[in-house]
Design a protein around this ligand. Structure first.
Ligand code: ACO
Length: 706
């Protein structure tokens, strides 16, 4: 297959459907290619020949006596396959199919036919249903967009064509230079993962911004995006809540995993900055493309107004920016540049009388102090500081900060003069915002990304599990056409995986029940074992806290009677006798194969309120120890594991170990599709954790390979 470099740096481009008619897309693409200054050769193709925009038009691709790297297809859908065939046979490397009318309107077979032909003949396809590709590397605007794209360092990859075209316009307004913009459309072949590969290593691109509606191959996407975020920030706008996650609602892990929650968790896990709005995405991309990393973990706010300072403090908390708070140092540093009626506590209030010189002095102090990693400068319009001075001071300050490699940004609030100053400064790429939260969010994302780079860990935790006996248990169930394991089978699987379970045994009559209970030790619990009775409590098939032999005998008889009355057809395999566990913190751990992302794991607050509390966190496997801890800490009930009201801390190591073992079990045993432990009872430190109830679902044939 051809290197993806040929797509972005082609030596020649042919436009199939190039037209003389300025209203047609085939005209616009040729005209953009010429206007953008593309240095390679452009070959218009049109059955009528002649010329298009001064270039000789060829009747077909076969007539061109040159190697063609890229073809841009702009002819109606019904002609596309024949054209694709001719291009692939002619050795074209990439075909950008702009044409609509394929899988997006249900014409999936034709799209597949095109993809198959291209792939089997070494031609990659971008699209169909796209607006094209722009690449600053080769000054190539092979789109039918508005033209005049500013070259720069932000790469945009978009699934939506219309939104992508709109973004081109917006980048010009916001003065954002692009290294590339690619529309991936229906993604019949080239997808985000392919493009990330190129953009990650391309020097020109400093930030990658993606608009994604659906992800086709989750594990490939995860790998590509992880590689990318190690090198540069990736901002993603992910829209469209798919229904797929909800389909597999056979377990809590399935039903609690609203697909968007999984997407969100996995994007964070991969170091992606997820934006809810285009404005945020643009702000972050532009700021991160131009800003050096913070020089320490803490920032300062410098303001001329108390109110706006408080707002910025709130915003810093929201966007996880630590504010430098050593009062003594702040006083020493800022007292000389702050009026006596101001404040040297962070936010530093240089008061309403502050003009250019005062801002300059205060911001120079924070620039030169090592412990301050970044500055946020706020300005509320006053009569003492003229807008013209403001522009000069902000621009100079910004340049000073950039020279010394420390991040800064500004938020200014005021009337028309201030608004105009913001526009002018933005044109010079000085990061000034008319809204405090917008400004602070940019710095928050810069901090978040650099924390990710510093702390993310790719030492994945796995444990060896002998899957032979586990496979035998699963195959035994499948041989009976049963795609779930019985409780005792699930307990055996847990034991094989090294996950502690309560002592238990199955009894088939009263003497056996008494004998098992004596061996385990009182108190015990008893539960019916029957594949026909799923909800054991509803059937009266559970008895708790049995203290002696007599109670075991009574319970055995009662369970049998109740279950026969509940479902006379049920086959009862026996009664499980298990140790009665002490209660402590009830957690839940789930592991399942997500239709999009592959193996994922869930941790949260367990017990009967799981569905109500929905206090769970998700991650994609494999996981580092740091990620496991971050998943546990993300839950609201994490303090329960730390111990509340004088309780001892709980056995966190056992929880981590169970998560690692469950993850390894899912990854190693393709016959298992879902595993859920609820509750995993977690005891005090040193006393471990026990998997009280375990549900295991098996894969149907077609899903086993996933
Ligand atoms: N080889 C070369 N040229 C051909 C061929 C061929 N096999 N067949 C036809 N042509 C020529 C035509 O003669 C015509 O040239 P002319 O103007 O000299 O006569 C030219 O190709 C275009 O063909 P038309 O039939 O005029 O088609 P038209 O330009 O109206 O539409 C298009 C083609 C634009 C591809 C249309 O089918 C389409 O899909 N439009 C939607 C595109 C789109 O929106 N894509 C998604 C973008 S993202 C977003 O949503 C904004």
């Amino acid at each position: 297959m051809s290197s993806i470099k040929h797509l972005f740096e082609p030596r020649s481009i042919a436009v199939v459907g190039a037209s003389k008619d300025p209203k047609k897309i085939g005209y616009k693409v040729v005209s953009n290619l010429l206007a953008s200054g593309y240095q390679g050769t452009v070959y218009p193709i049109n059955p009528s020949g002649g010329d298009v925009l001064g270039l000789k038009a060829y009747a077909s691709i076969e007539d061109i006596n040159d190697a063609i790297d890229v073809v841009c297809t702009t002819i109606p859908a019904k002609f596309v396959f024949d054209s694709v065939k001719a291009c692939a046979d002619r050795g074209v490397k990439y075909n950008l199919i702009i044409t609509s009318g394929f899988s997006e309107v249900g014409n999936t077979e034709e799209e597949q036919r095109i993809a198959d032909y291209g792939l089997s003949h070494g031609m990659r396809i971008v699209g169909p249903n796209i607006f094209g590709v722009y690449s600053a590397e080769s000054a190539m605007d092979a789109t039918f967009g508005p033209g005049g794209i500013l070259p720069g360092s932000v790469a945009i990859v978009t699934q939506s064509g219309a939104l992508g075209l709109a973004m081109i316009g917006k980048t010009k307004v916001e003065n954002i230079g692009l290294s590339t913009i690619v529309s991936v459309g229906n993604k019949c072949d080239v997808d985000e993962a392919d493009l990330l590969g190129y953009l990650t290593s391309q020097k020109r691109t400093k930030v990658i911004l993606m608009y994604i509606e659906g992800i086709k191959n989750g594990p490939r996407f995860i790998e590509a995006v992880k590689q990318a975020t190690r090198k540069k920030p990736v901002v993603v706008i992910k829209s469209g809540r798919s229904e797929r996650g909800a389909v597999a609602a056979a377990s809590h892990t399935g039903s609690l995993a609203g697909s968007d929650e999984i997407v969100d968790a996995i994007l964070k896990q991969c170091g992606v900055l997820r934006a809810e709005s285009i404005q945020d995405a643009f702000n972050w991309a532009k700021y991160l493309a131009n800003s050096p990393p913070p020089t320490s973990d803490q920032a300062v706010i410098i303001t001329n107004g108390g109110g706006i300072g408080v707002m910025a403090t709130d915003a810093c908390e929201q966007y996880q920016i630590d504010l430098y708070d050593d009062g003594k140092v702040l006083k020493k540093l800022f007292e000389p540049v702050t009026p006596s009626f101001g404040s040297t506590k962070n936010p530093i209030d240089i008061t309403g009388g502050a003009a250019g010189a005062e801002y300059d002095a205060a911001l120079s102090v924070s620039l030169s102090h090592k412990a301050i990693g970044a500055s946020i400068a706020l300005y509320c319009e006053t009569a003492t500081f003229l807008a013209a001075d403001l522009e000069r001071v902000l621009e100079n300050t910004y340049r000073n900060y950039m020279e010394k490699g420390k991040p800064i940004l500004f938020a200014t609030v005021g009337g028309e003069d201030i608004e105009n100053a913001i526009v002018k400064l933005n044109r010079k790429n000085v990061p000034v915002f008319g809204d405090v939260y917008e400004a602070v969010s940019c710095l928050g994302k810069l901090y978040w990304y650099h924390r990710y780079l510093k702390y993310h860990d790719e030492k994945y935790e796995e444990t060896k599990i002998d899957i032979k006996p586990i496979t035998a248990i699963c195959e035994g169930a499948i041989a009976q056409d049963r795609y779930f394991l019985l409780a005792n089978e699930a307990q055996q699987v847990m034991a094989c995986a090294g996950i502690p379970v309560p002592q238990s045994a199955v009894a088939h009559n009263i003497p056996e029940a008494v004998d098992r209970a004596d061996t385990i030790g009182y108190p015990v619990v008893m539960k019916v074992v029957s594949k026909d009775i799923i909800h054991k409590s509803d059937a009266g098939g559970v008895a708790l806290n049995l203290e002696n032999k007599e109670e075991v005998i009574d319970a055995y008889q009662a369970i049998m009677q109740n279950c026969k009355a509940y479902n006379p057809e049920a086959t009862i395999e026996g009664v499980e006798i298990a140790e009665m566990l002490k209660r402590d913190v009830e957690t839940i751990i789930g592991a399942r194969r997500d239709a999009t992302f592959g193996p994922i794991i869930m941790f949260g607050l367990g017990g009967i309120y799981v569905e109500v509390m929905k206090d769970v966190a998700f991650r994609a496997l494999p996981l580092s120890r740091r990620e496991i801890m971050s998943m546990i800490k993300q839950t609201r009930s994490y303090p329960l594991l730390l111990g509340v009201r004088g309780e001892e801390q709980k056995d966190m190591e056992s929880v981590i170990s169970c998560i690692i073992k469950l993850g390894s079990l899912l990854q190693r045993c393709p016959l298992i599709s879902d595993i859920e432990i609820n509750p995993l009872m977690v005891y005090e430190q040193g006393l471990g954790a026990k998997a009280v109830d375990v549900r295991i679902l098996l894969s149907k044939d077609e899903r086993r390979s996933s």
